[in-house]
Design a protein around this ligand. Sequence first.
Ligand SMILES: Nc1ncnc2c1ncn2[C@@H]1O[C@H](COP(=O)(O)OP(=O)(O)O)[C@@H](O)[C@H]1O
Ligand SMILES: [Mg+2]
Length: 442
Amino acid sequence: MVRHMTREEIFGREESLVKKVGNQGCCYLGKIVTYPAGRYEESGSVYLDISSPHCMLVVGKRGTGKSYTLSVLAEGFGMLDTDIRERIAVLIFDTMSVFHSLKSPNTNLDENKRLGDFKELSPRDFREFVKVFLPKLAIEKVKEEGKELDFDEVLVLPLSEINVHDWLSLLDLKPTEPVGVLLVRVIDSLLGKKEAFGYEEIYKTMEQEKADENVKNSLLNLFRMIEELKVFDRHGTPFEEIVKGGTISVLDISYLGRIGGFDVRNLILGVLGRRLLSERTLYTTLEMQAQAHLIQLDDRSNIGKDHPLVYMVIDEAHLFLPASQKTLASDVLIDWIKLGRHPGLSLIMATQEPSALHETAFRQSDIILAHNVTANDDIAALGKAKQSFMSGSKDIQKIVSTMEFKRGLAVLFDDKTRKIEMVRVRPRMSLHTGIDASALRK
Ligand SMILES: Nc1ncnc2c1ncn2[C@@H]1O[C@H](COP(=O)(O)OP(=O)(O)O)[C@@H](O)[C@H]1O
Ligand SMILES: [Mg+2]
């Protein structure tokens, strides 16, 4: 019993490293749940490594606590020791404006009371680490309505980061149709100059190309529609602002869900993910060479902060990496999943339906946190993707069949160490605002 009280489980970390550094660089996730003599009991603590590369998956039906758990993890980054935190940049793709509230302390009385049972935590905000980025259109819309909005920076991406394939796919054009042919020529020509360019240059280059007037007009109209979205321009939000060691960047793209019929959200993720992959890969190569004394890196003291490891957090991940079709973000995400660990690129993805998410995400993820997976289909889906979960010493079916509905209850799997544990995710210190809209009065 006493041993139980102090049991500490660390997920995502090999035993040898645990012996050396313990739970340093981990997020305190909550308590271990057991059923001694069939009675529900919470004890000990569960930690999750968030300072080395991982591919994590959070699954569960609507309203079971996925976004909540993602926020608990974000708070975990905010609570890391300064020197570790500054070597990590967190990038949250927020499709429902739920992560702004990391900037406010939790005001839910019930949660605040329970918080004390979890290592005596108390409500607080994470304002100093969180930066909210919003697209111009969303800001203008709110201003139009005479309302105030709290945000830190405008989210704009440079036109020069969008390649020919992105454009074809965004505008739904084939490289063999006349408009597609013109588009390829225009973009190739502009990208070839290796300089920043705006819509003026796009229109001018288009004018100079030889093509049918109808074709030119069609492409012109498409570009004007893109221009109106105000998401892409000559100069973007400085990349170093979006991806910064020690900062949790919340990219609120909720307003951009298939706006004007264009899948802008996926393009944003695709562009940023691709840029990070190439930068981190190059940097890792340099770092390896420096370690081998082949080259000398100038300012070693700043390395962590200027070239942080990156954690990309994607809520509603099936929108970006669906099982059934390809999006503008699919290839980049699959690259991150398959190649990200070496250059230090991590993913935390949440989805309502395991089967709606691309299989690669399941097969390759090393940590899965499943909220209230009581349905046999879901358990079977998890088992199919990860056979190791079924062959461990503990029978997952048995664990899950005893599971009841409690807020924050989840099964946590570690693919590397083959650990399985039932966990009660702790209440948040900052405010949660993910409650579904309701017409009912409080
Ligand atoms: N660990 C937790 N502790 C306390 N309440 C929780 C916890 N997880 C979820 N909840 C409650 O459940 C609700 C739904 O959670 P949410 O994360 O928004 O669901 P979804 O899975 O749809 O993203 C939250 O508004 C919150 O009240
Ligand atoms: Mg959610």
